[in-house]
Design a protein around this ligand. Structure first.
Ligand code: LLP
Length: 415
């Protein structure tokens, strides 16, 4: 359910016509619906009400301060993966005591900043990182609460670039080595063991891999407790998928919630979750304008738009599908076109051989489900200033990130 609907033929975000935003803010622009975002946040929490949870929004999926601040006000904590994300989450009003620090490599200054802020938990991914964190904590005469991210070796059946729990993955500590790694953690002076963590991948459509991972971690929690460790938190990561409109609808938050409640029943842990995509993907679109039409070889039809792979990388990087719709009332008829950006790369294709109503130069269109990992992964490649971001609430809207200027492109550079 999202709040991008047609009113009198024209696509709106909540009660604001997208054409109005294009006039005022220009294109390309990311547009978010606050009502959608809050709805998703509440649906997620209520789907898991059978467990004692702390939901930590994955900052990497949509790091804009205004969006983070909405989640903070909804009581969410944050899953951070860098010093920069820690800074963002704190600036947005996030509570350090609700933050977990994930990631396979953390710099000394990042560890120090997180210790100084007093975050809830560090999710460590290797024995060497345990040593590094312990040293950092001892230097500050503090104790770091730690969970080991364990790789449960389950197949999340998602795109290989976003599957993280296969045996070949760089993430986590192999389950077979976990007990030994916990013995090490217990012996280090700067660490206090608090829990176990995992994250099996992203855009996962079925509940089964989550259930499998939860089952394996449940066993691990019990054996670690038998080894004498006080395990009172279990971080199940993020990863539940969203419908991108390519036919394969993922499990609902309710099904996911029920499955987790069943799998973790009676384990007596605080369950941490790190949802990203699920909360924001459908709450955002990328608004763009058609620059021109051109015909390629063998009459292939190209629609060239003013958003490119630097603005939305997902199609180029993962062959991801984003639904495309004209903002104005769709013209009659349909044609098969490639929607491409202006970037000088063959990979700069936003949609290949897509059936769309006829689109002409000057038309506005949206790429849907772009709220997660859209602006987050945007770059200035080809010296293209990154898009503006707009947050809509009912009939009102505000710019939550100004469009970059040419001056922004050269900030910090010298000749
Ligand atoms: N926790 C950890 C440790 C993660 O690595 C991630 C995502 C999440 C939570 C949030 O996962 P989510 O609920 O959003 O699936 N750029 C890719 C997705 C990369 C995901 C990376 N990790 C994409 O655009 O599909």
């Amino acid at each position: 359910m999202n709040h991008f609907q047609r009113k009198r033929g024209e696509l709106c975000c909540e009660d604001v016509p997208l054409s109005e935003l294009a006039e005022e803010v220009g294109t390309p622009a990311y547009v978010y619906s606050q009502a959608t975002l809050l709805r998703h946040a509440r649906v997620f929490k209520s789907a898991l009400r059978g467990l004692d949870i702390l939901a930590c929004f994955a900052v990497k999926s949509a790091p804009n301060l205004a969006l983070l601040s909405l989640f903070a006000k909804e009581g969410f904590g944050f899953d951070i993966v860098s010093g920069g994300e820690l800074f963002r989450a704190l600036e947005a009003g996030g509570e350090a005591k609700k933050m977990v620090f994930s990631g396979v490599g953390k710099r000394e200054d990042e560890l120090q900043a997180a210790l100084q802020a007093g975050i809830l938990q560090f999710n460590c991914e290797s024995e060497e990182e345990l040593h590094q964190l312990s040293r950092a904590a001892v230097r500050r005469r503090s104790l770091a609460e730690v969970a080991l991210r364990v790789n449960p070796d389950v197949d999340a059946k998602t795109h290989p670039y976003i599957a993280t729990a296969l045996a070949s993955s760089k993430f986590g500590v192999p389950a077979a080595r976990a007990r030994k790694a916990y013995r090490l953690a217990a012996s280090l002076p700067g660490l206090k063991i608090a829990g176990v963590a995992c994250h099996i991948g992203s855009q996962i459509r079925e509940v089964k891999p989550f259930v499998e991972a939860a089952g394996k971690l449940r066993e691990l929690v019990l054996s670690l407790r038998a080894d004498g460790h006080a395990i009172h938190r279990l971080d199940m990561g993020g990863g539940l998928g969203v419908p991108y409109g390519d036919g394969d609808a993922p499990a609902s938050p309710q099904e996911y919630g029920e499955a987790l409640v069943r799998a973790l029943d009676g384990l007596d842990v605080k369950v941490l979750l790190e949802p990203g995509r699920l909360l924001v993907a459908n709450a955002g679109v990328l608004l763009s304008r058609v620059l021109l039409r051109k015909e390629g070889q063998r009459r292939r039809q190209f629609v060239v738009v003013d958003a490119g792979m630097n603005d939305l990388l997902r199609p180029a990087l993962y062959q991801a599908h984003h639904e495309i719709e004209p903002v104005g009332r769709p013209r009659r008829g349909a044609e098969i076109v490639d929607v491409v950006g202006p970037v000088c790369e063959s990979a700069d294709v936003l949609a290949k051989r897509r059936r769309l109503p006829p689109l002409h130069s000057g038309d506005l269109l949206v790429l849907r489900t772009a709220g997660a990992y859209g602006m987050a992964m945007a770059s200035q490649y080809n010296a293209r200033p990154r898009p503006a971001e707009v947050l809509v609430q009912g009939r009102s809207w505000r710019i939550i990130r100004a469009r970059e200027t040419y001056k922004d492109l050269i900030r910090g550079e010298s000749t």
